[in-house]
Design a protein. Structure first.
Length: 278
């Protein structure tokens, strides 16, 4: 059975990490290894034991720093990776029980596979939107197609495609990581089922009143780096595609911020649901 590593950055995760690791013990694919990376100096093994949880498949390490960022925490987990495939899990999110089992065959075929996100209210656990029925349909995405999406993707990738996260990228670092992944692949398999449970908390880094301005600065920096800097190590073919796609995302972020002037509680996910093609 193919083994899968899951890296979990943990920062102020006392209240949510147990839910994340319990979603792993519930997986129908049992050959997994989780690597919890503390980025706040907390011994999360001790925290979990205090909450009644212990599983030898869950390893623990630390960045040795406080708030170094999820990109750095993910990189600190890579040396402990023992799996033949890798995926990521945020400490405040969770997997559906069949996520690994359903994505792995697609990753083995295409090199990497992802699913849709089920967006949940972090306070109530209720879906923010009515989820569609589970579907087995698979769409293949090249880099240009990926950059037209308006939701995050959390891929499961085979070990040969794993790369460290780029230093200095925090906001939208998953977008940059996925651009770099797709630069290596002919296509990524996108399963049309919501198997990643994404808990949205108001006031978080990506969902606060200042998020729009922060993302605009991030996108501006990305575009400058693509045009004048190292280009994130992308191939010459991928750079202009990435620039066009990130320019579009920046424009969407601007439109979202304009919409929030009259609807301050609007989330980006709700904004995109309102503006989805009929």
């Amino acid at each position: 059975m193919t083994s899968i590593s899951i890296i979990i950055p943990a920062f102020h995760a006392h209240e949510t990490l147990l839910r994340a690791v319990l979603s792993l013990t519930a997986q129908s694919h049992a050959a997994w290894q989780a690597i919890v990376v503390s980025d706040d100096g907390v011994d999360y093994k001790e925290v979990l034991v205090g909450q009644g949880f212990s599983d030898p498949r869950v390893l623990h390490t630390s960045t040795g720093r406080i708030g170094s960022g999820c990109h750095h925490a993910r990189n600190c987990g890579l040396p402990l990776m023992a799996g033949e495939a890798l995926t990521w899990l945020d400490a405040d999110d969770a997997f559906a029980p069949d996520r690994l089992a359903r994505l792995l065959p697609l990753a083995e075929r295409y090199g990497a596979a992802a699913d849709r996100l089920l967006c949940l209210d972090a306070d109530t656990g209720a879906p923010l939107f009515a989820p569609p029925p589970p579907r087995e349909e698979v769409i293949t995405l090249d880099l240009a197609a990926f950059l037209t999406l308006d939701q995050p993707l959390v891929p499961l990738m085979m070990r040969r495609y794993v790369q460290p996260r780029i230093a200095g990228v925090e906001l939208a670092e998953d977008v940059i990581a996925n651009i770099r992944l797709l630069d290596q692949l002919p296509a990524l398999a996108w399963l049309q089922s919501e198997l990643y449970h994404y808990y949205i908390r108001k006031g978080s880094l990506a969902h606060s009143a200042e998020s729009g301005a922060r993302f605009d600065r991030a996108y501006a920096g990305f575009l400058n780096r693509l045009e004048h800097g190292d280009g994130f190590g992308l191939s010459p073919q991928a750079r202009p595609i990435a620039m066009a796609g990130l320019s579009r995302k920046r424009a969407l972020n601007t439109a979202f911020e304009a919409a929030r002037q009259t609807a301050p509680d609007l989330t980006f996910q709700a904004f995109m649901a309102q503006h989805a093609p009929a």
